[in-house]
Design a protein around this ligand. Sequence first.
Ligand SMILES: *[C@@H]1O[C@H](CO)[C@@H](O)[C@H](O)[C@H]1NC(C)=O
Length: 205
Amino acid sequence: MVQRRFPPVSSVATMAALLLLAFLMSAIHVQAASPEAGTVKILGFKYEGDACPPGSAEGAVSDDGQAITMMFSKYTASTDAGVDRLRKSCTVTVNLSYPPGFRFHLGTVTMRGYAKLDAGVIATAQTSYYISGIPGTARAKRVITGAFDDDFEFTDKFNVLLYSECNVIRDLNLISEVRLVAGLITGRDDDLKLTQELAIVWESC
Ligand SMILES: *[C@@H]1O[C@H](CO)[C@@H](O)[C@H](O)[C@H]1NC(C)=O
């Protein structure tokens, strides 16, 4: 019977290799604080509310997975027809898929639209979100004070860090609401759309 001989393994070399591996893994861990490009996807996008009739809303996630953009083509709150104290809202439910090992919260919301308000008149635009099965709601609120007659772009921070669960994907529910005493909030002049961009902040878990 032939005894196979293995070359002797240097324990120093083994130690060095293990240390290098540990170092590389910790470097990867730090770099992987965000999912890889193209791995964050919207699998489902539903919406409901008087600010977003059927066929009037779309959603997309950026390739780098850092932002969700929602576009509304009929998001108009106007007291022109003689109504006063108007509230319009839209609830969007997003099925956001992302790789295991990550969780997220929303950092900011940037709203772009057009507003026309007389001097001294106040309008509020509020966006809130919650994640199905997780207690709590995060809110971001903007007050627009007249006189105002222009396109606008406002970025507001959510008031609490409301995280998704690690490795469990649940619906992300986004509620936007505009309140007016008098005046108009609607899409911008150029594309007639009101848009909201939500910054996604990732963490590895
Ligand atoms: C998200 O979509 C996937 C694929 O359609 C489905 O399997 C999953 O149950 C959905 N998740 C939620 C929370 O609706």
